[in-house]
Design a protein. Sequence first.
Lengths: 299, 263
Amino acid sequence: MTIALQKYVEADAVPVVPSATIVALDPPRPSFVQARLIPAAKEWAARIVPPIITIGALLIVWQILCMKPGATLPSPSRIWVDAKDLITDPFFVAGPQDIGLGWRILTSLQRVAIGFGLAAVVGILLGALVGQSVWAMRGLDPIFQVLRTVPPLAWLPIALAAFRDSRPSAIFVIFITSIWPIIINTAVGIRNIPQDYRNVAAVVRLNQLEFFWKIMIPSAAPYIFTGLRIGIGLSWLAIVAAEMLTGGVGIGFFIWDAWNSSRLSDIIIALVYIGLVGFVLDRIVAFISNIATRGAQAS
Amino acid sequence: MAYLKVDHVDKVFSRGNRETEVLKDIQLTVEKGEYVSIIGHSGCGKSTLLNIIAGLTNATQGCVLLENQEVNSPGPDRAVVFQNHSLLPWLSSYDNVRLGVDKVFGKTKSRAERHDWVMHNLDLVQMGHAKDKRPSEISGGMKQRIGIARALAMEPKVLLLDEPFGALDALTRAHLQDSVMALHQKLGNTVMMITHDVDEAVLLSDRIVMMTNGPSARIGEVLEVPLPRPRKRLELAANATYLKCRQRVLEFLYERHRYVEAA
């Protein structure tokens, strides 16, 4: 109270200064680089640095282990020297059997696309049948449960005998490998359609086809995509094995061919390619699944 | 002749060799434009009765007649508003309503007419502004409004409401009850509503059907609510007729047919 009073007195004593213009200074505005670019770069670096360090460490350990004379596997530096053309240019063509790994991957991918595409269509339809009809489930489920445990390559001789050609045989192996998880997951998804949705469909009187497209597929989509994701992974596993046996242009045959001519470095490069492509395939299906099933979860 | 007639309906559920009689000898007639509520304790089979009328469940004995035609399969002439809204989560509000409209009026109305009809019904429940929203993006009361719009848009002969406000908070519920009352006033629908809320039943209904406890639930009593329409919630709070009706239902539910826990 006293302080306020004092101030008032003082203020009164001081002659009033004729109005001084006040220049408002803008607070220092962070530039675009400071505000956006640097945090973004930091975020990016935080994600990218750890994998670089671990990969680098792995390569160094590998290098040390395989540098000794008498090492059975090539070291990273050795691979770089041996297979530089394969690493730097995936799409060269130097002869009918001497082509870049990119081309071989594309050939394999084409087979996977056909085999997996067929498996997706047939698998979803069969899964819908098994999920919808108790009779079909009781009749078909035991068969599915037994057949799905058969390893992919065990189908190959039968396929070769049936098709008398290696190309459709490889595709058939992809198909038969990837179809089981699609069938089983679709069936589970269909069985889990809430009774509410079935009631709605019944009141509106949707026919079988409309029910399939408008209720079953969207409602079971999360399950179906789980099946598709497992399926695409399995089919990529199977294609390499199938191609090793059937020959031709694919990445699987390339590995077998390299092994027969003792080009170990080429094999390791091929493995990296296969791993990366498998990873990308999985991501693509996951991405499509995220878009397609947006909002499919009941709230 | 009655518009909707439930004729000597029995319902027995059998699981394995155990049989449970849920409904026994239900007889009920509903006139055109009437608002009838069915009230009873939980587990008394009132939802089963509604499902039988909707055609979602079949009666073990007896039948349901709508305009003297027997009905035993579900159809848009007996549209249901489900308790938990049952909107398809992957469709927008508009598409949820449109699904039924396309199916019911696919042959009789043009594309543009169907669009207008969907919008008209969304506007009836004051949901025109949310037509592009998915069910997950709107509140519980709004979802139920869309559910009502979906049912109304099928132009049902009888509108079946299965505890339509049960999952809503008290304020939203009151608001929605007023909306349903206004819609009934405006459109003159025949409505059958399942409820376990005494005030709701008295406020909305022309007649209240009280069911005894299961198993073998019967219709215990039917009460006429002789209140003039339009009814105002606030004015009725002190209305003698309203209070008397309310008292009757309460007596039935809590004195004569007290809920027996896990009987």
